[in-house]
Design a protein around this ligand. Structure first.
Ligand code: DX5
Ligand code: ZN
Length: 221
């Protein structure tokens, strides 16, 4: 069985106490930290940038930081995130004029690379860059906001992506992002996901460990 990764999205954390929030969620059993970057251009919201990533590293966070760029264009900010201590950097194909080059920039910077597909975006580009991605991220909500409802058509798309990945023979993780809860995580895993982003389902509850434990119990079923 592949190991499952739980990636809390700090979008739903208390930004006024971000360092503590990240420490707490890692202590509660999170595997990595999902870091949502929105630019009020590619998506209609504005969040955090490389300075905040750097600050978390300075604070002492050693866990992987999974940077999800909802930004257009991506190339300049990729370099800034590499310097700021990102571990993985994923971006939407719509954010890059030259997808192959942007993926290569990420790997050249020592980070894991990935492409993100919106709910209604086909996986078309993926087949040409299978050798350059470490991760495929399927959005199960439209990007821009936390707390939205899981879009059910993602399940079929996960199956499609899982098939492409397995047939490629490359070691590529399949991540899902948006509306993941302890109630749907098992079904999402059965459809092929191995890495689960969850924002409001974790940070919206007082006991992070209880939620993460419940998610792991669901994944074990
Ligand atoms: C949405 C972000 C997600 C979001 C998930 O654009 O990419 O990572 O924070 O939040 P929930 O889990 O609340 O849907
Ligand atoms: Zn995200």
């Amino acid at each position: 069985m592949k190991d499952f990764i739980i990636a809390p999205s700090i979008l739903a954390a208390d930004f006024a106490r971000l360092g503590e929030e990240v420490d707490s969620v890692l202590e509660a059993g999170a595997d990595i930290i999902h870091f949502d970057v929105m630019d009020n251009h590619y998506v209609p919201n504005l969040t955090i940038g490389p300075m905040v990533c750097k600050a978390l590293r300075k604070h002492g966070v050693t866990a992987d930081i999974d940077v999800h760029l909802m930004v257009k264009p991506v190339d300049r900010i990729i370099g800034d995130f590499i310097e700021a201590g990102a571990s993985m950097i994923t971006f939407h194909p719509q954010g890059s004029e030259h997808i192959d080059r942007s993926l290569q920039m990420i790997r050249d910077g020592g980070c894991k690379s990935g492409l993100v597909f919106n709910p209604a975006t086909p996986l078309t580009e993926l087949q040409y860059v299978m050798d350059k991605v470490d991760m495929v991220l399927l959005m199960s909500v439209n990007p821009g906001f936390g707390g939205q409802k899981f879009i059910p058509s993602t399940l079929d798309k996960l199956k499609e992506a899982r098939k492409l990945i397995d047939e490629s023979g490359y070691d590529i993780r399949l991540e899902v992002d948006g509306g993941i809860t302890e109630s749907n995580i098992a079904e999402v895993a059965r459809a092929g996901a191995d890495t689960f982003v969850a924002g409001s389902a974790i940070f919206g509850k007082p006991d992070y460990k209880a939620v993460i434990d419940a998610m792991r119990a669901e994944l074990a079923t």
